[in-house]
Design a protein around this ligand. Structure first.
Ligand code: TYD
Length: 205
């Protein structure tokens, strides 16, 4: 059986990636694929505890502890969700994966991309996505879109989030991730995401 495709949607807070991940999954299904949708952090039972600690826990979690907790969540979800799905031949669409940790913890928290990559290499057993799409929005658009009380990471501040968005752009250029402008109408952004993914996976666009 051929292994499924592993597609990751990425972007800073309020980039619209959760909506786009869902639409991408539907589109892949419409193209005849079987799709498992997942997200980070918190898609497994273990992960839900880790997510609560990360987003509602103490403000003073050390950056390296934050990175390790995220990697632990990821290890659990790779083992429980992602690998079994890919092995069955299903496609997986994940709302966030290792690139989030490189941008938020590696650059945003200042841990360094290399060390965060090493931790994640262990956590994932080296499982790399087939395609990474990064939704890019301006700082102004992200601020404007924000609703509701901020969680622990959202409270990290505007400078932190601007740094993360910049990190995504730099890392995308270095690593061959596809950068898509996330500022247009939802349908247009979806078409751009679909084109990027279909092109990479050799599906009919
Ligand atoms: P979530 O409520 O899932 O929001 P979003 O829609 O932005 O994904 O919150 C996840 C938060 O965790 C978000 O602020 C990004 C952060 N995060 C990291 O800092 N590093 C990571 O590796 C991951 C997966 C998420």
């Amino acid at each position: 059986m051929t292994r499924g495709h592993f597609v990751v949607l990425e972007g800073g807070d309020a980039s619209g990636k959760s909506t786009q991940a869902r639409r991408l999954a539907w589109r892949l299904e419409a193209a005849g694929r079987t799709v498992v949708e997942t997200f980070e952090p918190g898609a497994t039972e273990t992960g839900r505890h880790i997510r609560a600690l990360l987003l509602e826990g103490p403000e003073r979690i050390q950056p390296i502890v934050e990175a390790l907790l995220l990697a632990a969540d990821r290890a659990q979800q790779v083992a429980e969700v992602v690998r079994p799905a890919l092995d069955r031949g299903d496609d997986v669409v994940s709302d966030r994966y290792v690139p989030s940790s490189l941008a938020y913890q590696g650059v945003g928290r200042g841990l360094g991309v290399d060390v965060v990559e090493q931790i994640n290499q262990v956590a994932t057993g080296g499982l790399d996505p087939d395609v990474v799409v990064v939704l890019d929005v301006t700082d102004a658009v992200a601020t404007e879109r924000h609703v509701g009380p901020p969680d622990r990471l959202e409270r990290a501040g505007a400078d932190f989030h601007a740094t993360v968005r910049r990190a995504y752009r730099d890392l995308a250029a270095e690593r061959g991730w596809t950068l898509v402008a996330g500022i247009g109408p939802e349908d247009e952004v979806h078409e751009l995401v679909w084109k990027a993914v279909a092109g990479r996976l050799d599906l009919e666009a």
